[in-house]
Write a protein that binds this ligand. Structure first.
Ligand SMILES: [Zn+2]
Ligand SMILES: [Zn+2]
Length: 346
C-alpha cells in the first residue's frame, strides 16, 4: 500500500472529536532535547508466538479442537486462542495437549450483527460463554459486545472491519474501552487491503491513532480449514500471528502485554529486538536466508517518515510526529508491524 498525506476520508475523520483519547504520561527521566521524546514501553521478558483467532468443528471449522490445538503446537506456536462463533471451546478438555511450552487461552468469537454489518469481537481469556448482544446502532452494537467481554474481565479485539465492508474508522473511533484491532486477518474474504475507494485496515488504524485513540494492531489466522489443500481461497492456518513480550507463558501476563502494545504482528517476518530509546527506535530483523527487508516508519496521518533497507532499521525522532509505528516487508512480501510508540512534548 502507499501512504498519502491528503486522503479525503482521512481529513474527514480527523475532524471528528474521537473517543478513548489517551495522553501518555510524562516521564521525567526521558530526554527532552528538541522538545520531544518517546513514551518508552517496558519490554521485559521474551517473545511468545501466538494466534488469537481460530475455529473448530464446534462452530464452522473443519477440524476438531484437538486437531486444531495440535496443529498450532506442532507448528511452533507458544499459545493459542480457540475462538468459535458464540461457543466457548473449553481448554480444560484439551489439557493433555497443553504443557509448559504451549498454552491454551479460553476464548470466543462473539458474533453479532447490525443490519447488514457483521459485528465480530473476539473475547480472550474469558471464564464462560458470552451471549452476543445487539443494539440500536452499529456503534452501540460494537460497544455492547466489547462491554460484555469487559464485564467478565476478558480482553476484546475487534475483528476484520472490512468483512462485508461492515465497520469504518468513524465507527471504531467512537468505541471505548477497546485496545486491539485486527489489522490483518488470514481469511480470504476480509479485504485487509480495502478496495473500490475503501481504505485498508492499516489505513483505518492510522486514522484512529491520529485521532488520539490508543489502539494496537494484531494479525490473526481466522483459520477454518486444516484439511485438504492449503491455498489462497481457503482459510488455512499459519498466516497471521503475534509475538508478545512477557516474562512467563501465562494468560494474565500475555493479556496485559497485549493491551499495553508490547508485541508485534506478523505474516512471516520475525523480529529479534525492538529497542525504544527517548529519541530513537531500533528494529532488529531476523535474517531469513538471503531475503531483503524494507522498513517503513509511519507517523500521524499515515505519513511516511523514513524508509530504509538497513538491518537494524533505525529511526531518529526530531519533531512531534504524534506517534511512530513501523512496517517491515521482506522480498517475498511477508510483513511485520511494530506497534505505535507515542511522542511526548515538553
Ligand atoms: Zn469473524
Ligand atoms: Zn472467525
Amino acid at each position: 500500500m502507499t501512504y498519502r498525506k491528503d486522503l479525503p476520508w482521512l481529513s474527514l475523520v480527523a475532524l471528528l472529536v474521537l473517543g478513548g483519547s489517551c495522553s501518555p504520561p510524562v516521564e521525567e527521566s526521558a530526554s527532552f532535547a528538541g522538545g520531544v521524546a518517546f513514551d518508552i514501553p517496558d519490554w521485559s521478558g521474551r517473545w511468545y508466538k501466538g494466534n488469537t483467532h481460530a475455529h473448530t468443528t464446534n462452530s464452522d471449522g473443519d477440524s476438531s479442537p484437538e486437531y486444531v490445538a495440535r496443529w498450532y503446537k506442532e507448528n511452533g506456536y507458544d499459545f493459542l486462542v480457540l475462538s468459535d462463533h458464540n461457543v466457548l471451546t473449553d481448554p480444560e478438555a484439551l489439557s493433555h495437549i497443553a504443557d509448559d511450552e504451549f498454552l491454551l487461552i479460553p476464548g470466543e468469537e462473539v458474533t453479532s450483527s447490525f443490519e447488514s454489518a457483521a459485528v465480530h469481537v473476539n473475547g480472550l481469556n474469558i471464564p464462560h460463554v458470552i451471549e452476543p448482544r445487539r443494539s440500536e446502532t452499529l456503534v452501540a452494537t460494537i460497544q455492547a459486545n466489547v462491554d460484555a467481554i469487559r464485564e467478565v474481565e476478558g480482553v476484546p479485539h475487534i475483528n476484520h472491519p472490512n468483512f462485508l465492508w461492515s465497520i469504518g474508522a468513524q465507527e471504531l473511533a467512537q468505541v471505548e474501552d477497546d485496545r486491539l484491532l485486527e489489522i490483518w486477518n488470514g481469511h480470504p474474504t476480509v479485504h485487509n487491503d480495502g478496495g473500490s475507494g475503501s481504505p485498508s485496515v492499516e489505513e483505518i488504524w492510522d486514522v484512529l491513532l491520529t485521532g488520539g485513540k490508543t489502539v494496537f494492531g494484531i494479525a490473526v489466522d481466522d483459520a477454518h480449514h486444516f484439511q485438504g489443500e492449503f491455498n489462497a481461497d481457503r482459510a488455512n492456518p499459519g498466516r497471521g500471528w503475534i509475538s508478545v513480550r512477557a516474562n512467563t507463558l501465562e494468560a494474565d501476563e500475555l493479556m496485559a502485554s497485549l493491551e499495553a502494545g508490547y508485541f508485534y504482528a506478523s505474516t512471516g517476518v520475525e523480529l529479534t529486538e525492538i529497542a525504544v530509546r527517548p529519541r530513537s527506535i531500533e528494529i532488529h530483523i531476523a535474517q531469513d536466508r538471503d531475503f531483503g527487508y524494507e522498513t517503513t516508519f509511519i507517523g500521524a496521518s499515515g505519513e511516511m517518515l523514513l524508509r530504509t533497507e538497513d538491518n537494524p532499521a533505525v529511526f531518529h525522532l526530531n519533531e512531534d510526529v504524534g506517534y511512530v509505528r513501523a512496517r517491515v516487508q521482506d522480498s517475498r512480501s511477508d510483513l511485520a508491524w511494530v506497534q505505535p510508540v507515542f511522542v511526548m512534548r515538553r
